[in-house]
Design a protein around this ligand. Structure first.
Ligand SMILES: Cc1cc2nc3c(=O)[nH]c(=O)nc-3n(C[C@H](O)[C@H](O)[C@H](O)COP(=O)(O)OP(=O)(O)OC[C@H]3O[C@@H](n4cnc5c(N)ncnc54)[C@H](O)[C@@H]3O)c2cc1C
Length: 387
């Protein structure tokens, strides 16, 4: 059974092909006669770069004990689902329950964000975010969250949260019944900037030995076992590319299935498409200067984006809007994306829709595990030796 090879209780989504169990250098292949562990990471998005950072931190007192090479088809911060993510960091499920290992995940995320911030201080956009309740059930769930997890969540009534989130008092916003302020590690990051910061931190930790190799779509030679042979361990963290770009089948990685060797070509996951809109608007509404826009979430999200030199000069505000539930297999047309997101977010930010223009439509595909006892968990698993 293939699924036996996956331990669904661990947080990071990566598959490891571990070629050497012992710490001693492997001398069977002349290219592996070295005194350090040589690790390849395929895919440098949120999963791959945090793996690199954790590994380098673990060996930083033993400089030279580890070499890390990241293979990615995109430059740092520009590939995969990570490059288009909303950047909302919090540990709660849609119903306000703490996700499995949520406290550990928050501690680990905060640690990585702090490291990235030393390199790219502008990667944190807001130190808090707001989760709105739009139905009585949501209000009741989120009040429970505030009672159970006061370290992260504070309940705010409708008037308070509307004021902070700049939601106008109109008949259509009367369905905002209150919500949570999420803070103390819950925050909003600009993911591409964060990934650049984390990569720079990897460079420092490794004394400049970490390498980023940008691969070409048309050349898949680097995926051959010959090319990967010098590595002691290959971490596969290419997100949807594992399946969409057939990385698994190209690696031809055998798994032991009840004594029989099979080739792993698929994973027990779904691919989920998500789209968002980058919008630009004048920073003052109705002629008066308004307070900073906060990030909010409720089945859809609205988050601030970093200012560019041009938007600063023009006094403009940049905003990202998206919906957290997209299950379409085929890509939407641009008109469909705008219509869909407008329908879902208009009531929350009519001022944005009435005055802003859509600057860019972004889309990405993320990998989602199947729902289990603890909800949907990221996956980790170990697969056999490469051929
Ligand atoms: C629109 C949208 C909004 C989201 N918002 C949030 C949010 O607010 N908060 C949150 O927690 N999560 C959010 N997510 C989910 C989050 O983005 C993903 O769970 C996360 O980015 C997955 O990271 P990853 O490193 O596993 O995969 P990816 O980010 O997909 O990274 C894979 C990497 O592998 C590289 N790669 C792929 N194929 C190949 C190949 N053939 N060869 C070489 N390299 C390859 C890619 O270039 C990329 O760098 C959002 C997702 C989407 C799509």
């Amino acid at each position: 059974m293939r699924s036996n090879h996956f331990n669904l209780s661990v947080r990071q989504k990566m598959l490891m092909s571990n070629r050497s169990e012992s710490d001693a250098p492997d001398t069977t292949d002349p290219r592996k006669r070295h005194n350090y562990k040589n690790v390849a990471i395929i895919g440098g998005g949120l999963a791959g770069l945090s793996t690199a950072h954790h590994l380098l931190e673990k060996t930083k007192l033993d400089q030279g004990a580890l070499r890390v090479t990241i293979f990615d088809k995109a430059p740092v911060g520009m590939g995969g689902a990570s490059s288009v993510a909303g950047g909302l960091v919090h540990p709660f499920s849609p119903r306000g329950k703490l996700v499995h290992m949520g406290n550990e995940a928050m501690a680990s995320s905060s640690h990585l964000i702090d490291a990235a911030c030393l390199e790219e201080p502008s990667c944190v956009l807001r130190k808090q975010l707001y989760r709105l309740a739009l139905t009585d059930q949501q209000a009741s769930d989120l009040k429970n969250t505030a009672t159970q997890y006061p370290q992260y969540a504070t309940w705010m009534d409708a008037a308070q949260i509307k004021q902070v989130c700049r939601i106008e008092e109109t008949p259509s916003s009367s369905h905002v019944l209150g919500g949570l302020k999420l803070s103390n590690g819950c925050q909003v990051i600009h993911v591409p900037t964060y990934l650049k910061g984390l990569w720079n931190s990897c460079i420092h930790l490794s004394n400049g030995t970490v390498e980023w190799i940008q691969t070409k779509d048309e050349d898949t030679n680097w995926l051959s076992s010959h090319y990967l042979q010098p590595f002691d361990c290959v971490v596969l963290s290419a997100g949807s590319g594992l399946l969409q770009d057939s990385i698994l089948s190209q690696l031809n990685t055998p798994v032991n299935s009840g004594g029989k060797h099979e080739t792993l070509t698929t994973l027990p996951v779904d691919l989920v498409r998500g789209q968002s809109l980058e919008m630009i608007m004048g920073s003052s509404v109705g002629g008066t200067k308004t307070p900073e826009r906060e990030a909010m979430l409720c089945g859809k999200y609205l988050t601030p984006l970093p200012q560019t030199a041009e938007s600063k000069q023009q006094g403009e505000e940049r905003i990202l809007m998206g919906s957290t539930h997209e299950y379409r297999e085929n890509a939407f047309t641009e008109e469909e994306v705008v219509k869909e997101i407008k329908e879902r977010t208009y009531d929350l930010a009519p001022d944005v829709w009435d005055t802003a223009r859509v600057d860019r439509i972004t889309s990405g595909v993320r990998v989602q595990s199947h729902r289990g006892q603890f909800g949907r968990l990221p996956m980790i698993g170990k697969i056999g030796q490469l051929n």
